[in-house]
Write a protein of this length. Structure first.
Length: 294
């Protein structure tokens, strides 16, 4: 086993996986503290390196493409303070860091772990439920449903439509962009069969971000949703997505089991509406979605 303990965090390697725990130091970012401990299986690694500096060094993990929903949803745009796969190492611990690198590299060689991309997520993504408020709204995700709620800073045209409620089956893609320079960032959900070129400021399926401290936390929502979507490199994903029209083919009747399931879903929605779990707007939108599938 190899272990390195620093103010920035603690990394432990037991031969099969790496456990990355963020430190409690005031310089550790809010994003890393909120994300919490990560367990990275050896098979998800493409490499490890250590870079020495005059005052401090940096351990870096490189994951195989497609292994982590967080990296996929953020497109590698997490800045260094928020990158959970980097660890700042104090100069008096350089020897420990080099030993740590050797142990991980030897394990990669012994297990003959390939460095090529994968077609399934090897990390589970952030735990749910979670809710983040930043920019012009709040994004919540319970594992199946996404809810977007607006605040007093939201553009009137977007706020006029009220809160948005989406299900995973509504989502074709999710992305997170940080604010950069004069350009605002966003958390955006691409809804099936409803493409839009509207900027995040006006898009009811996007939260606009202005570069404040909590903006990176929206990446957690993006990653949690991404982890539950089909892997973009998975076998037959494109074929499956192309085969999801709003209505069944006129020459092919829907399966009886599917029809019964949709009827049960309508009854469940009605019950949730009667008990006050769903608002009138949410009930109407959910009912329309089920009726379209029928």
């Amino acid at each position: 086993m190899a272990e390195i303990i620093q103010k920035d965090g603690t990394w432990v390697f037991d031969g099969d996986a790496l456990r990355l725990t963020p430190g409690r130091d005031k310089n550790v970012s809010l994003f890393r503290k909120t994300l919490g401990e990560l367990l990275v299986p050896l098979g998800a690694l493409a490499g490890v390196s250590f870079e020495q500096g005059k005052k401090a060094g940096r351990l870096r993990l490189r994951l195989r493409d497609g292994a982590d929903p967080l990296l996929h949803a953020t497109g590698g745009r997490l800045t260094e303070p928020n990158d959970p796969y980097q660890l700042i190492v104090e100069s008096d611990r350089y020897g420990v860091a080099e030993y740590f690198v050797d142990e991980v590299r030897n394990a990669l060689l012994l297990d003959q772990v390939p460095g090529d991309p994968v077609d399934t997520y090897l990390l589970p993504g952030p735990s749910v439920p979670l809710s983040v408020s930043a920019g012009d709204g709040t994004a919540s995700f319970d594992g199946e449903h996404i809810r977007l709620e607006w605040n007093w800073k939201t553009e009137d045209a977007k706020a006029a439509g009220g809160s948005r409620s989406l299900t995973l089956t509504d989502i074709a893609a999710v992305e997170w962009h940080p604010a950069a320079g004069l350009e605002n960032g966003h958390l955006r959900f691409t809804v099936r069969n409803a493409p839009t070129k509207a900027p995040p400021k006006y898009d009811p399926n996007a939260v606009e971000l202005w570069g404040f401290k909590k903006d990176p936390l929206m990446a957690l929502v993006a990653a949690a949703v991404q982890a539950r979507l089909p892997h973009p490199a998975g076998p037959g994903v494109a074929d499956v997505q192309d085969a999801r029209p709003e209505l069944p083919s006129p020459r092919v009747a829907p399966a009886e089991d599917d029809h019964d399931a949709l009827l049960r879903r309508l009854r469940e929605l009605g019950e949730l509406h009667r008990t006050g779990v769903l608002t009138d707007e949410e009930f109407t939108m959910a009912k329309q979605a089920v009726l379209k599938r029928m």
